[in-house]
Design a protein around this ligand. Structure first.
Ligand SMILES: CC(C)[C@H](C(=O)O)[C@@H](O)C(=O)O
Ligand code: SF4
Length: 465
C-alpha cells in the first residue's frame, strides 16, 4: 500500500520507535519567537541544559514588539523584557536572531517560509499553535508547548504520538471575491472546530493545486482552528519555484538535488487516509464570522443564526452567548453591521498577495469616517516588497495606517488592542472572547473583505464594491 505525504515525512524522521504509536522524531528546524522562546530559555538556564544544535534554531521578535512606525524594542516597554531575554539567550547560544528592522524579522510563520528556513519534507517545531502554517510548503510542522520546546532545544527531538491522517480535497473553481481565507473558514464551518482533532490534515485537490503558495500557507494556518496540529500540502513545481533562491534554501546543484527528493513526497495514488473529505469550493462565498469561534461563520450575504430556530439546547445557548458578546442580533443579515476597526495583518493574511488584494479594494477610495484601519505587513521582506510596488502609498492615501511587521492586534500582546466594546473586521485567525482586547468584538474575514469594511464602515460584500 502506498504512503501519504505525512507518513513519508514521519517515517523519515523517526529516531526511535517508542511503541504504542509513539515515536521520537528528529526536529529539522526550530523556530522561536519572543513570547514563548524566552520562557523555554529560562528553563534551559535553570536546569543547566545545553542547546546542542543552535544552527537548527532561528528566532525573531514578533508578538510583544510595537508595530508603530519607527519602533524600537523600547516602544512597548512591557514587551522589552521578552525582547531582551531573547537577544541575550540567542546570543549566548549562537542562535541566529532576525532582529528588528532586519530582513528576516517578522511574524515567525511568515518569515520561516520566505527565508527558506522551512523546506518540504522537513520537520518544523515552534512553541506556537500556528506553526501548522508551514505545512503549506510540504513540511511537517508542529505547534508545541513550552515543555516540548525545551525538549527540542535540548535534544533536537520531539516525542509524539502519531496522529491519524485525513485528506481534505478541495476541488472546483472559486467564485468572484473568494480567497483562500474564505475557503478555509468555509471548511472549518463544515467540519467543525473539532473536525481535525488528533489528525494531520493534508489539503489536496484542484483548488489547492491552482492556489499560490501564500494561499496554501493561509489554508494551513487555520488548520489548528479545526483542532489539528499539522496541516500539509504536497510540494509541487510551485513550491519548488517559490523556494528557489531563498536565502536559507539549498543553492545551485544542491537545490536541484533537494527538489528531486521533494518531488517524491506527494501522497502515493493508492495511499489510504483514515478520513477523506471532499469539498466543492465553487460553493464558497466571501465569508465572515458572526460569533466567537472561527467555526461560527456565514456567507457575507447570509443571515446570522437565530437561536430561536436552533433545536439543540446546548448549541442554542452557545449562539445566544456568542451573539450577546458580539452585540449583534440573530435572524438579520450580517452585511451592514457597523465596524469601528479594521486590522489587515497576522500570520493568516499578511503576505504580499494578501496586501495586494486589500490594496486593490482600497485604491482610489477612502476609509470611512470613524473607522481606524491598520495594515501590518507580516515581515520586513513583505513590507519592502509592498513598498517597492507602491502598496503603502495606496493604503496611506486611502487613510490606512502602514505599520511595522509583527503580530500586533491579532493577539494584542504588544498592547495594540481593539478597545472594549468596539467591533473589528480582522484578517487574523481567532475571534475568541477577548482575543483582540478585553470585550473587543472580532469578525474574521479575508483581506479584500476587510478593506471593503474599512472603506464602507460596515461589513460589506466585496463582490458588490
Ligand atoms: C503566544 C503564542 C504562544 C500563541 C499561540 O500559540 O498561538 C499566539 O501566537 C496565538 O496566536 O494565540
Ligand atoms: S499573528 Fe496572531 S496567530 Fe499568528 S503567531 Fe502572531 S499572535 Fe499568533
Amino acid at each position: 500500500m502506498g504512503r501519504t505525504l505525512f507518513e513519508k515525512i514521519w517515517d523519515q524522521h523517526i529516531v526511535q520507535d517508542l511503541g504504542d504509536g509513539w515515536a521520537l522524531l528528529h526536529v529539522d528546524r526550530h523556530l522561536l519567537h519572543d513570547l514563548s522562546g524566552p520562557m523555554a530559555f529560562k528553563a534551559i538556564v535553570e536546569r543547566g541544559l545545553d542547546v546542542p544544535n543552535p544552527e537548527l534554531a532561528f528566532a525573531t521578535p514578533d508578538h510583544a514588539v510595537s508595530s508603530a512606525p519607527g519602533r524600537t524594542a523600547a516602544t512597548f516597554p512591557t514587551g522589552q523584557r521578552f525582547y531582551d531575554a531573547m537577544v541575550e539567550q540567542t546570543r549566548a547560544r549562537g542562535i541566529r536572531l532576525f532582529d528588528l528592522g532586519e530582513r528576516g524579522q517578522g511574524i515567525v510563520h511568515v518569515t520561516g517560509p520566505e527565508l527558506g528556513l522551512v523546506l518540504p519534507g522537513a520537520t518544523v517545531v515552534c512553541a506556537d499553535s500556528h506553526t501548522c502554517t508551514n505545512g503549506g510548503l510540504g513540511a511537517l510542522a508542529f505547534g508545541v508547548g513550552t515543555s516540548e520546546c525545551i525538549h527540542a532545544l535540548a535534544t533536537q527531538t520531539l516525542r509524539l504520538r502519531r496522529p491519524r491522517t485525513m485528506r481534505v480535497r478541495l476541488d472546483g473553481e472559486s467564485g468572484k471575491g473568494v480567497s483562500p481565507k474564505d475557503i478555509i473558514l468555509h471548511v472549518i464551518r463544515l467540519l467543525g472546530t473539532d473536525g481535525g482533532v488528533e489528525h494531520a490534515i493534508e489539503f489536496a485537490g484542484g483548488a489547492i493545486e491552482a492556489m499560490t503558495i501564500e494561499g496554501r500557507l493561509t489554508i494551513c494556518n487555520l488548520t489548528v482552528e479545526m483542532g489539528a496540529r499539522s496541516g500539509l500540502v504536497a510540494p509541487d513545481e510551485k513550491t519548488i519555484d517559490f523556494l528557489r533562491d531563498k536565502p536559507f534554501a539549498p543553492q545551485g546543484e544542491g537545490f536541484e538535488l533537494a527538489a528531486s527528493a521533494w518531488r517524491l513526497l506527494a501522497s502515493d495514488h493508492d495511499a489510504v487516509f483514515d478520513r477523506d473529505v471532499a469539498i466543492d469550493v465553487s460553493q464558497v462565498a466571501p465569508t465572515v464570522t458572526w460569533g466567537t469561534s472561527p467555526g461560527q461563520s456565514i456567507d457575507v450575504d447570509g443571515i446570522v443564526p437565530d437561536p430561536a430556530f436552533e433545536p439543540d439546547p446546548i448549541r442554542r445557548e452557545q449562539i445566544v452567548e456568542a451573539l450577546g458578546y458580539m452585540g449583534i442580533e440573530g435572524g438579520r443579515p450580517i452585511a451592514g453591521t457597523q465596524v469601528d476597526y479594521v486590522f489587515i495583518g497576522s500570520c493568516a493574511n499578511s503576505r504580499l498577495p494578501d496586501l495586494r488584494a486589500a490594496a486593490e479594494i482600497a485604491r482610489g477610495r477612502h476609509v470611512a469616517t470613524g473607522v481606524t484601519a491598520w495594515v501590518v505587513p507580516g515581515s520586513v521582506a513583505v513590507k519592502r516588497a509592498a513598498e517597492a510596488e507602491g502598496l503603502d502609498r495606496i493604503f496611506r492615501d486611502a487613510g490606512f495606517a502602514w505599520r511595522e511587521p509583527g503580530c500586533s492586534m491579532c493577539v494584542a500582546a504588544n498592547g495594540e488592542i481593539i478597545p472594549p466594546g468596539k467591533r473589528a473586521v480582522s484578517t487574523s485567525n481567532r475571534n475568541f472572547v477577548g482575543r483582540q482586547g478585553p470585550r473587543a468584538r472580532t469578525h474574521l474575514a479575508s483581506p479584500a473583505m476587510a478593506a471593503a469594511a474599512a472603506i464602507t464602515g460596515i461589513i460589506t460584500d466585496v463582490r458588490k464594491i
